[in-house]
Design a protein around this ligand. Structure first.
Ligand code: AMP
Length: 469
């Protein structure tokens, strides 16, 4: 149940603290009873949410395993699907001052082992589903501390790993969120890489904080809002859903993976005011004829992002959600969630039947370059590049790839998105496709070369046989 939060007045350091947990901490003091997160009939108000996070943070910080790789914050893996436990786990890691590293539950065991070997974690927090993946092999590769919900993993005999059940954690002693500098890494999200090894995108606390404050203001989110979560933590759209909702002091309503087909009913029952999803979900709901006129009339705001938004999907959506403004948000993980946006009335990309990606959001800059790194004239297609405060610090442990994808041009650091795009005479950007072989599957990014690399290894095909060019 709700325990009063230990600290009552924020200290002065809160003003310079870039920790993503600060906003939850503030709401836990000002609106402790307001609901923060709701899933499967369970909910936590801001006081309970902060209390859960503090207990985890206390345990992490007292652990012998708490170590800082070369001056950077300790890293905590989050092995959890979307849900209340996942939110508390993630917030606990943030509260403790850690860099959080989501580990997707749908990943094959080999990939989980690869991630564990890449990121030198201090601890892992697993929800009930995540704990099921802690096989003997995975546990052998785990950091020395694993906090879990549900039953203890079967292989609990590994003496090198301390397993602590979430509900056995001692009461909180940690108080405010630990101090994080703007340059500290807030999270690392791994995306598909062409060689078969995933790329860890490192986002600083400063970039994340900028994004959250900026987008909450741009969208006009309010404390009375009820916003939808449809994404796994390993997809950075979840950063938007969670933190913009909490920044506003609103409530996050998590759609369980088993209820995706019933998302409209879920929205109605939850009285959602804000919809957040990839357009594919709207397409799916349209296909199964779940989008009836006015069936989403409680929505005042719809955020689509992460993949192209087809014109037809928007028309069907607007008839189902007539009271909702629609936003199309564009952005790669490497530029902190979303960096360009367009809202109703939406302009369409000529000849492609998709919605334009709009203009840069505050703090971001966009330009189109040719193959030689020269900026092209308006109306000429080229590679879309992003600059500004949201750029990632680069890829974890991959200096060459970082240098190649984040070049400095005219004294400014850019990220080359790999998207073919044009800027029209009105200054609106349009996405025309990819210049590489990256595809999106329900919003998830996949480099086809990665599939290729795995097929070669698993089929025993001659890896040296491909032609370099
Ligand atoms: P991710 O890093 O998973 O967010 O994937 C980023 C890529 O998704 C971009 O480089 C685009 O190819 C694509 N993308 C994201 N948002 C949009 C959008 N609104 N319209 C078209 N493509 C998008």
């Amino acid at each position: 149940g709700a325990q009063p939060h230990p600290v009552k007045k924020p200290s002065k350091t809160m003003e310079i603290n870039s920790n993503l947990a600060c906003t939850i901490y503030r709401h836990s003091l000002s609106t402790p009873d307001a609901p923060a997160v709701v899933c499967r009939g369970q909910s936590l108000n801001y006081a309970e949410f902060a209390n859960g996070a503090t207990r985890i943070a206390t345990c992490l910080r007292q652990s012998d395993a708490w170590r800082q790789p070369a001056g950077s914050p300790p890293r905590v893996g989050i092995l959890a699907s979307r849900g209340i436990d996942a939110c508390v786990a993630l917030m606990g890691a943030c509260w403790a001052g850690a860099t959080y590293v989501p580990i997707g539950l749908k990943l094959p065991e080999e990939r989980i082992l690869t991630l564990l070997s890449l990121c030198n974690l201090s601890a892992i927090i697993a929800d009930e589903e995540g704990a099921k993946l802690l096989s003997e092999r995975v546990l052998a590769a785990c950091p020395p501390l694993v906090i879990h919900t549900g039953k203890a993993p079967a292989a609990a005999s590994n003496p090198a790993v301390e397993l602590i059940a979430l509900d056995a954690l001692p009461a909180a002693t940690a108080t405010e969120p630990a101090l994080m500098a703007a340059s500290d890494t807030a999270y690392i999200i791994f995306t598909s890489g062409t060689t078969g090894v995933p790329k860890g995108v490192m986002i600083s606390a400063g970039a994340a904080r900028h994004y959250v404050a900026m987008i909450t203001e741009q969208l006009g989110l309010q404390a009375s809002d009820r916003a939808l979560e449809t994404c796994e933590l390993s997809f950075d759209f979840s950063v938007h859903n969670m933190f913009s909702t909490w920044e506003a002091g609103a409530s996050l309503h998590i759609l369980p993976a088993t209820m995706v087909m019933n998302a409209v009913k879920f929205a109605q029952n939850s009285g959602l005011t804000v919809w957040n999803s990839v357009p594919s979900l709207a397409g799916l709901l349209r296909q199964i004829k779940a989008l009836k006129p006015d069936s989403l009339s409680s929505l005042r705001l719809t955020v689509f992002g992460g993949e192209q938004l087809p014109e037809g999907a928007v028309a069907a959506w607007q008839s189902a959600a007539p009271n909702s403004t629609v936003f199309n948000l564009y952005g790669p993980t490497e530029a902190t969630v979303f960096c360009l946006a367009q809202t109703t009335p939406l302009s369409i990309t000529p000849g492609r039947g998709v919605v334009a990606i709009g203009a840069p959001l505050p703090g971001n800059e966009a330009a189109i370059f040719d193959a030689h790194g020269q900026e092209v004239a308006d109306g000429t297609p080229g590679e879309l590049a992003i600059a500004g405060v949201q750029l990632a610090d680069g890829y974890h442990d991959k200096p060459e790839l970082t240098a190649a994808r984040f070049p400095t041009r005219d004294g400014k650091r850019w990220y080359l998105t790999g998207d073919l795009a044009i800027k029209d005479a009105a200054g609106t950007f349009h996405c025309l496709g990819r210049i590489d072989n990256q595809v999106k599957v329900m919003g998830y990014r996949v480099e086809l070369e990665e599939v290729d690399a795995h097929l070669r290894v698993t089929s025993g095909a001659d890896v040296v046989g491909s032609v370099a060019w």
